[in-house]
Design a protein around this ligand. Structure first.
Ligand SMILES: [Zn+2]
Length: 452
């Protein structure tokens, strides 16, 4: 059987795959500033050596996106594999047991390094899946498209966002997988069908500075901010109700599927308060004030104070109504003018709102009807020897660029690694998880592309 050829090849070439993965981790693509071209060139070499057609799209200073194709025909079913090449900064190296770019392997089991989980493991596994199909000269009726992108960790506009509007634009996409880590230990693997949105608003209060010995002659911007903060909990009353895409009870049932019994599931839920808070966060809007800055001197009344409100949106919630609600709250409940294009502020006392991050959420609303997804689920169960579960991402990723605006709503997130270790010191991945992901990506692509 053809699929056995895939499994045999993976078992034989394991060491080569691990070496390739290590090279990706060792090449610096810390974002900011990015330098994703370092990674793109390694992938390019690896694929060109076996005759895969690749294209590198350079931009900025040593940054790039890459697209590679199994063949030249796009008339059949097209499967898209997407993974980001950039990583978040490692933070203080002193917090790391092993150097963040070492890709050090311990006991043949774990690989340590920045990006092992988020997400050079998933990316390497996708590249390797393409190589396997190419080398085995599998007879297929469709095409596998690999899209390695920049900029995911800083919003994705120049990465997946750009690719969807440019090299991918004319290619009809029938199914897409983003290889982000979807392990939520102690649970089995998750298959994610939605992601939350992320909105960050900088609030600036503008007052009148003056001598601190005569406070009545000025307007203290820090006091203004404190009045706003005090009322912030009323924000929800101005926000139109949005239903979560999956209600809490159903979400619990979906997770419960991967447990041998309901009792075991209930016990794990009790022992893992984290899981309960994840479930809560997936079914509700949340907000947090995360930064505040004000004042220039100990004896001067400050005329400016800045704070950042970090908002996590439900997958189908838009950012515009949130901004409107905040404006309304500041104008009606607190009583300050919010300056925008619609009003002139001759007054020196006003508030400004500035969006610093606006990443839409997204959700594949028809996932339950998809036979492709059902087959993917069964394949994951076979390879990982445990039932996976359908879930939503409590953070935001690149899926909204693919799902929204109708490019490819049938996008899922699935990949090796545990979400918890992403962005943390001593980030690591299990080698077995990485090898299994290669199997899933390669066999799924084969099945998808040979399906009549
Ligand atoms: Zn990621």
């Amino acid at each position: 059987m053809r699929e056995e050829l895939i499994i045999d090849k993976i078992e034989q070439e394991k060491e080569e795959y691990i070496e390739f993965f290590r090279k990706l981790v060792q090449s610096d693509s810390i974002n900011p500033p990015g330098n994703e071209k370092n990674v793109a060139l390694i992938i390019d070499d690896f694929l060109k050596a076996i005759g895969v057609k690749t294209e590198i799209f350079s931009f900025g200073n040593n940054r790039a996106n890459l697209v590679a194709y199994l063949n030249d025909s796009f008339d059949g079913r097209n499967l898209l594999y997407n993974g980001h090449m950039d990583t978040v900064p490692p933070g203080s190296e002193e917090d790391w047991k092993y150097s963040p770019l070492s890709a050090l392997i311990k006991r043949n089991k774990l690989m340590f390094g920045r990006g092992t989980t988020d997400m050079k493991g998933g990316l390497a596994a996708m590249v390797i899946a393409l190589k396997i199909l190419k080398e085995l000269k599998m007879e297929v009726a469709g095409n596998l498209i690999l899209n390695a992108v920049a900029d995911e960790e800083t919003g994705g506009k120049f990465g997946t966002g750009w690719c969807v509007d440019n090299p991918l634009k004319e290619i009809k996409c029938d199914f897409a997988i983003i290889g982000e880590a979807t392990g939520l230990n102690p649970l089995p693997k998750a298959i994610l069908v939605g992601e939350k949105g992320h909105l960050q608003i900088k609030i600036t209060t503008n007052g009148i500075s003056g001598h601190s010995g005569m406070p009545a002659m000025s307007k203290n911007a820090i006091y203004m901010m404190s009045e706003i903060i005090e009322k912030l909990d009323k924000l929800e009353k101005y926000i139109p109700k949005t239903k979560p895409p999956i209600e809490l009870d159903k979400l619990k049932r979906l997770v419960g599927v991967s447990f041998p019994s309901e009792e075991i599931f209930e016990r794990i839920m009790k022992e893992q308060p984290d899981l309960d808070s994840v479930l809560q966060s997936l079914t509700s809007f949340s907000k947090a004030l995360t930064m505040i800055k004000g004042g220039i001197k100990v004896n001067v009344i400050p005329d400016s104070c800045e704070a950042v409100l970090d908002v996590r949106l439900l997958p189908e919630q838009k950012s515009e109504p949130i901004l409107m609600a905040l404006k309304k709250l500041i104008e009606e409940d607190v009583g300050y003018v919010v300056k925008d294009q619609s009003n002139d502020t001759s007054s020196q006392i006003f508030v400004e709102l500035q969006v610093i991050t606006d990443s839409e959420g997204s959700y594949w609303s028809e996932w339950e009807e998809s036979s492709d997804l059902k087959e993917f689920y069964e394949l994951v169960e076979m390879v990982y020897e445990k039932k996976p579960f359908y879930f939503l991402l409590p953070a935001s990723a690149d899926a909204h660029f693919l799902r929204n605006k109708g490019y490819c709503p049938q996008t899922i997130l699935f990949g090796p690694g545990r979400g918890r270790t992403a962005h943390a010191a001593d980030e690591f991945i299990e080698i077995l998880d990485f090898i299994r992901a290669i199997k899933v990506y390669a066999i799924f692509a084969y099945r998808f592309l040979t399906k009549k």
